[in-house]
Design a protein around this ligand. Structure first.
Ligand code: IPE
Ligand code: IPE
Ligand code: MG
Length: 244
């Protein structure tokens, strides 16, 4: 199956927020919200593929989420392992490639192993890219990029004057990924919570009020249609209106 050729965002990122509130709204424990949220990923990824999206980047665990109660963090780790165990084969059948952003070293070894195994299985696939942001924080990413660049400069000081924005991109964890076109956040919060700060420069922002477990392919379709209506001027004038 080859991807559809509709015009629209190629790289979409989602802040999957509202699992806890979804659960509480029905008198359930927060973890059940995470469980339901995990189930959504597969359907949304399939819908993304059919909408012509080439990369779906999902914020699954932030550098700040370690502040949550230990049992909730442990549940999220287990959920990730269970997700990878049950979904890697179906993802492989769908030709999905799997990437991550974030510092995986802080995760328990068995979680790291499971991530590495899934990446290996899905490594040669050429279809949609599923990128999970795990222990990801944009400020950390930028600081780490600055550190890597500085280390290179210690060997070759002339690099300092040659550095430009494109060059700096290469030091970020997103090096080699397509430019971010759109950020969606669910659950009615209007903030980016330390996600992809550099990459968001000219991304289109889209806020959806439903909680992540209630976010359906239909909501994604509405977001993509909304994107197609927008004029991306990049600071210039006389935009050429895009056709859907
Ligand atoms: C998002 O849902 C999932 C993670 C951050 C891991 P939340 O757990 O933040 O849900 P709310 O925002 O408390 O409702
Ligand atoms: C952002 O949601 C992180 C993820 C969805 C993984 P949070 O719920 O952690 O963000 P805040 O606390 O509302 O800013
Ligand atoms: Mg939240």
């Amino acid at each position: 199956m080859s991807p559809p050729t509709l015009s629209g965002p190629k790289h979409v990122a989602i802040i999957m927020d509202g699992n806890g509130r979804w659960a509480r709204a029905q008198g359930l424990r927060r973890n059940l919200g995470h469980e339901r949220g995990g189930h959504q990923v597969r359907d949304i990824l399939r819908a993304a593929f059919h909408l012509g999206i080439r990369q779906l980047t999902l914020y699954a665990f932030s550098t700040e989420n370690w502040k949550r109660p230990k049992p909730e963090v442990a549940f999220l780790m287990n959920l990730l392992v269970r997700f990878l165990r049950s979904e890697t084969e179906p993802l492989n059948k769908d030709n999905v490639r799997f990437l991550t952003l974030g510092d995986l070293a802080r995760f328990p070894q068995r979680v790291q192993d499971e991530i590495a195994r899934s990446k290996e299985v899905l490594r040669h696939n050429t279809g949609i890219v599923l990128c999970l942001a795990l222990n990801y924080g944009a400020r950390r990413e930028i600081v780490e990029a600055a550190k890597s660049f500085t280390r290179r400069c210690l060997q070759d000081p002339e690099r300092v004057d040659r550095l430009d924005e494109e060059g700096f991109n290469e030091y970020l964890e997103t090096a080699g990924m397509p430019e971010l076109d759109m950020l969606i956040r669910t659950a009615g919060e209007y903030r980016v919570s330390n996600f992809l700060l550099w990459q968001l420069s000219y991304a289109e922002l889209y806020f959806e009020s439903v909680f992540w477990p209630d976010f359906t392919p239909e909501h994604l379709r509405a977001a993509v249609e909304n994107f197609r209506e927008r004029d991306r001027r990049y600071g210039g004038l006389n935009p050429i209106r895009k056709k859907a």
